[in-house]
Design a protein around this ligand. Structure first.
Ligand code: KG4
Ligand code: ZN
Length: 366
């Protein structure tokens, strides 16, 4: 335990949210989020039905300094009071990562405070610990527009990737399904609303990797099948609702089966012991049908389900500042010329063993 409070400014800019947060860890180990600001770029990307990397980079550049300023004001502290500055340094859309990292470097240089380069995925991995005690080890399903992966979070810096998407992320599949049926962006909430009026068994859609003895995901084939089903339909509201419901059911089935496999891998590892914990994070975790699917699965497999509040589930800077605190304690500081990394696997061994896994069109999901 440290003697002095640690106060870290965190900056996040790896996808389409520009975010800054200030966290303080007191000498007794309690951690408090003093501020957390998130500026979404949904408006900028809406006309394109998906995140456009160049538009994202420009928006981060325009917003990041004022968002940092706001986070510092909300926390009511001066730069002098900071212990260090943590910024996402990858993986993600490189233009955005550079924009946030450059601001962090500028601040570190101007204030003389240490710079901490944070892996965005490590932020997600630790995020459940922002709102409630969540002791290691736990199994994490990260399902967002940028990532779909299953991680055994065993301790700080000790992450085992049990499965990952080999193509699109689950959120991307929701967004593309919405785009095909012109439902707007982001697509997930629109597809979920429409699915409520449809028959989940009306359209036959694939369940990629069904029966396979691994915990990887694939969503590209599902997306293509949805596009075909829509083309072949009469494009009525009823047909759209059936497609949305059938698509959502397919995603639920895939998540159920792949996660079940990862749970078997997790419980057979000698480092995990009952009670087993399962955490779901990422924007897609907002989907009620997916939550219910995971509730059922956890009950069957003897896991307790933790779903952090959505503000910490989706991209945010509080999780980056939290990872920053942990690295600060270990003295893991970055040089001012540290590079932004489009790809940065949390688990190097898994990434090397299965290089095809963890990539996607929208961005690297390693
Ligand atoms: O975590 P997030 O806010 O940002 C990143 O992608 O990093 O996740 C956004 C993704 C989008 O693809 C969005 O369509 C999806 O989460 N999403 C949903 C729902 N709400 C958001 N997908 C399914 N059902 C929802 N209710
Ligand atoms: Zn993320």
């Amino acid at each position: 335990m440290q003697d002095m409070p640690i106060t870290i400014l965190g900056i996040e800019s790896s996808c389409d949210e520009t975010a800054a947060a200030v966290l303080r860890r007191n000498a007794n180990g309690d951690t408090k989020v003093l501020s957390s600001i998130i500026a979404s770029q949904d408006e900028e990307h809406r006309p394109y039905g998906g995140v456009v990397p160049e538009i994202a980079a420009r928006a981060h550049m325009q917003k990041v300094d004022s968002i940092i300023d706001q986070a510092m004001k909300d926390a009511s502290i001066d730069y002098d009071a900071l212990s260090g500055i943590a910024a996402t340094s990858g993986p993600g859309l490189i233009g955005g990562v550079i924009a946030g990292l450059l601001s962090a470097k500028g601040l570190a240089m101007a204030t003389g405070k240490p710079l901490i380069a944070v892996n965005h995925l490590e932020g997600h991995a630790l995020s459940p610990r922002l709102s409630a005690p969540c002791p290691f080890p736990y199994l994490l399903l990260l399902v967002s527009g940028g990532h779909t992966q299953l991680l055994a979070v065993k301790g700080l810096g000790d992450y085992e990737r049990l499965g990952s998407t080999v193509d699109d992320a689950a959120g991307e599949a929701f967004d593309k399904t919405a785009r095909v049926m012109t439902l707007g962006f982001p697509g997930g909430p629109a597809v979920e609303r429409l699915a409520a009026n449809g028959n989940p068994h009306a359209i036959k859609l694939p369940r990629p990797f069904r029966g396979k003895d691994h915990a990887n995901f694939s969503f590209a084939g599902l997306k293509t099948a949805v596009a075909r089903a829509f083309e072949a339909s009469d494009k009525s509201d009823a047909a759209k609702a059936d497609i949305a419901a059938s698509f959502q059911q397919a995603v639920c089935d895939v998540i159920f089966e792949r996660t079940s496999k990862a749970m078997d891998m997790f419980t057979s590892d000698s480092s995990s012991q009952a009670p087993y914990r399962f955490v779901v994070a990422g924007g897609v975790a907002a989907n009620k049908a997916i939550r219910e699917t995971l509730d059922t699965l956890c009950a069957q497999k003897g896991f307790t389900l933790t779903a952090p509040p959505m503000k910490y589930c989706t991209d945010n800077a509080a999780m980056i500042a939290l990872a920053g605190i942990e690295h600060y304690i270990k003295g893991n500081f970055a040089a001012l010329d540290v590079k932004a990394r489009p790809r940065w696997p949390l688990d190097d061994k898994a990434a090397a063993a299965n290089p095809a896994s963890g990539f996607g069109k929208k961005g690297p999901k390693s």
